[in-house]
Write a protein that binds this ligand. Structure first.
Ligand code: NAI
Ligand code: MG
Length: 357
């Protein structure tokens, strides 16, 4: 049976970059069924809700979701439940997406775009795996109150709860070891086990699950050291697996090593490898509607979708090779442009990838 892809373009540059990813998927001629639906601010405008029931139903029915970006300052005054970002939180929750994969890959053609010395990032290829459902973002109790003890009793204080359950850690650990097997078979688990109970459980579970993957090397690293090593010797890493909070910060740090957010795809997976694929960047309202956004992060997200959710690794390889070819031809959108290269718009970049296929 042909596979169904839910195409959710969203707001800002979302529709522009998605059009190019769709072009690439159609050019591959894989017999995929692509069905679009509004999401985010676009859905709020059309139907009064950022994640309409029909859009959610399509995402649930589909074999994979390809997502553009949502958000715009003009929705800031809306009540929380109607804001565009609620669409992405709703999709994560309803689809049970618990693992966020963010590769940080430095293309040889773009090493100069990094803030680090070219020799530190040339050939960089690391994968950050961030747990998405637990940790201090969702732990209860949380709130504000008047302190009854501590250094300043009787004054206002706020508190959050860092929380992880064994099964939550187990399932992300399995994904980390499985992903490492397809790469250099090395996992670095990042925590703060010298201080935090949650990190001690995290470390215990990682060590136990590791027993099932003796062919993969496992190291543990404290998060403060990991932040240093990422800018000192980023190529020493293969797969980094970590919790929600540390992963949020380290994945943005790693993104910057590669120079441009316009190049970075991401995947969020559930337990059946069904997933939501989206560029790591947002809706870029400052350049929306101008035809200048870089569509490569979205096109590379589509490649990840082919590999991880649709069982089409060869098609994924072809897309990634086509992106490399276009960069080698010297074509650049504004965010990755440098002297001597040819500046192209969003649609020209998509067309060039299709030609390179
Ligand atoms: P952003 O990623 O949208 O933009 C940051 C900067 O990078 C801007 O200067 C933008 O022009 C540039 N940029 C981003 N993507 C680009 C591309 N493909 N090509 C060329 N340049 C690109 O982040 P920002 O400005 O913090 O947020 C803008 C809106 O996006 C907000 O409403 C925010 O909530 C939303 N957002 C949505 C996300 C999502 O849909 N998953 C993720 C992050 C932000
Ligand atoms: Mg972040």
């Amino acid at each position: 049976m042909s596979k169904l892809v839910a195409v959710l373009p969203g707001d800002g540059i979302g529709p522009e970059i998605m059009a190019e990813a769709v072009k690439v998927l159609q050019a591959l001629d894989l017999g995929l069924v692509l069905e679009s639906a509004p999401v985010g601010g676009a859905a709020y405008e059309a139907q009064g809700h950022p994640l309409p029931e029909a859009t959610l139903a399509l995402a649930q029915r589909a074999d994979a979701v390809l997502f553009g970006a949502v958000g715009d300052w003009k929705y800031d005054k809306l009540e929380r439940a109607l804001r565009p970002e609620q669409a992405i939180l709703g999709l994560r929750k309803h689809l049970g997406l618990f693992a966020n994969f963010r590769p940080a890959l430095c293309y040889p053609q773009l090493t100069h775009a990094s803030s680090l010395k070219p020799e530190l990032v040339a050939g960089l290829d690391i994968l950050i795996l961030r747990e998405l459902t637990g940790d201090i973002y969702f732990g209860t109790p949380r709130g504000r109150r008047t302190a009854s003890d501590g250094h300043f009793p009787g004054t206002e204080e706020a508190f959050d709860t860092m929380r992880y359950s064994r099964p939550e850690i187990e399932r992300i650990a399995h994904l980390a070891f499985q992903a490492a097997r397809k790469r250099q078979s090395r996992v670095t688990s990042v925590d703060k086990a010298n201080v935090l109970e949650t990190s001690q459980l995290w470390r215990d579970v990682l060590n136990q699950v590791h027993g099932q993957y003796p062919d993969v090397q496992l190291d543990h690293m404290y998060v403060d050291n990991a932040a240093m090593q990422l800018v000192k010797a980023p190529k020493a890493f293969d797969v980094i697996v970590t919790g929600n909070l540390f992963g949020d910060i380290l994945s943005d740090e790693a993104a910057m090593l590669t120079g441009s957010i316009g190049m970075l795809p991401s995947a969020s997976l559930d337990r059946h490898n069904k997933g939501l694929y989206e560029p790591s960047h947002g809706s870029a309202p400052d350049i929306a509607g101008q035809g200048v956004a870089n569509p490569l992060a979205t096109i590379l997200s589509a490649a990840m979708m082919l590999r991880y959710s649709l069982g089409l690794p060869n098609a994924a390889d072809r897309v990634e090779a086509a992106v490399q070819a276009v960069l080698s031809q010297g074509l650049r959108t504004g965010d990755i442009w440098s002297a001597g290269c040819e500046r192209v718009g969003t649609a020209d970049m998509g067309d060039a990838v299709v030609r390179a296929l």
